[in-house]
Design a binder for this molecule. Structure first.
Ligand SMILES: Nc1ncnc2c1ncn2[C@@H]1O[C@H](COP(=O)(O)OP(=O)(O)OP(=O)(O)O)[C@@H](O)[C@H]1O
Length: 229
């Protein structure tokens, strides 16, 4: 059996979250694998987005002395894109590295990531001129140009049609073959999770179609089931 060292893991300890009287997490711990695609699945409302938001410091954990993942440097790909309408595709991508690199370096990196997501020819377009699928590819390029160790994706393919989804997933895999990043990825789609991830975390007891995962021999060892409260 593969041995796992502590240094290979990002350990998150002691998550507690209550919204009004609703307890979502109680003394919850989870270990993510560094430089792997870690996928979180689970029924709607079980706490997937809350988990990502707490660990990345977007919302506070209920108990103090909680260590977020901010020290690793984090970039995000959300379901809805957050592009700036009055900047071109190239400007949207380089915006996040403006303070880190000079113009020449930013431009070179921008070309690299535009190429990796297959949208080089759209560099001077404005976001309104692009389809949803193309906009999401800009988002991916923007998340990866930032030299983060961790990339967080919350249902990034949800509003994308099947054909574009396949293209984008392939772009994404191509980037990850070339770079070491830890990806934390939330989805509802088990096929998406199986296709993209190295490790799948099932939050809660019995999400739909869990049998489909367990039945596949290849997937044994890939899945951990985490009981919630
Ligand atoms: N700001 C908030 N105020 C009150 N309740 C909240 C808040 N944010 C989340 N919740 C509740 O916490 C629970 C977990 O929500 P969360 O959005 O993390 O679930 P999820 O698994 O990501 O759901 P989905 O798959 O539908 O996106 C839900 O019951 C939700 O209603």
């Amino acid at each position: 059996m593969e041995t796992i060292n502590k240094e290979d893991l990002i350990s998150i300890n002691n998550i507690n979250k209550k919204f009004n009287e609703k307890v979502v997490f109680k003394n919850f711990n989870i270990d993510f694998y560094k430089n792997k695609v870690n996928c979180i699945i689970g029924k709607s409302g079980c706490g997937k987005s809350t988990l990502l938001n707490i660990i990345s410091g977007i919302i506070p954990n209920d108990n103090e002395n909680f260590e977020t993942i901010e020290k690793y440097g984090v970039s995000y790909i959300f379901q809805e894109d957050r592009l700036v309408d009055w900047l071109t595709v190239g400007e949207n991508i380089t915006l996040v590295v403006k303070k880190l690199y000079n113009k020449k370096m930013s431009d070179e990196l921008c070309e690299k990531y535009l190429d990796l997501v297959g949208i080089k020819e759209y560099k001077n377009y404005y976001p309104q001129m692009l389809s949803g699928g193309l906009r999401q590819r800009v988002n991916i390029a923007r998340a990866f140009i930032y030299p983060s160790k961790i990339v967080i994706m919350d249902e990034p393919f949800k509003s994308i049609d099947v054909i574009n989804k396949e293209i984008i997933m392939n772009n994404f895999k191509k980037i990850l073959e070339r770079e070491e990043r830890t990806v934390l990825f939330v989805t509802h789609d088990i096929d998406e999770a199986l296709l993209l991830s190295d490790k799948i975390y099932v939050l809660g007891n019995s999400p739909i179609n869990i049998k489909k995962i367990i039945d596949k021999k290849d997937n044994i060892g890939k899945i951990d089931i985490y009981k919630l409260i």
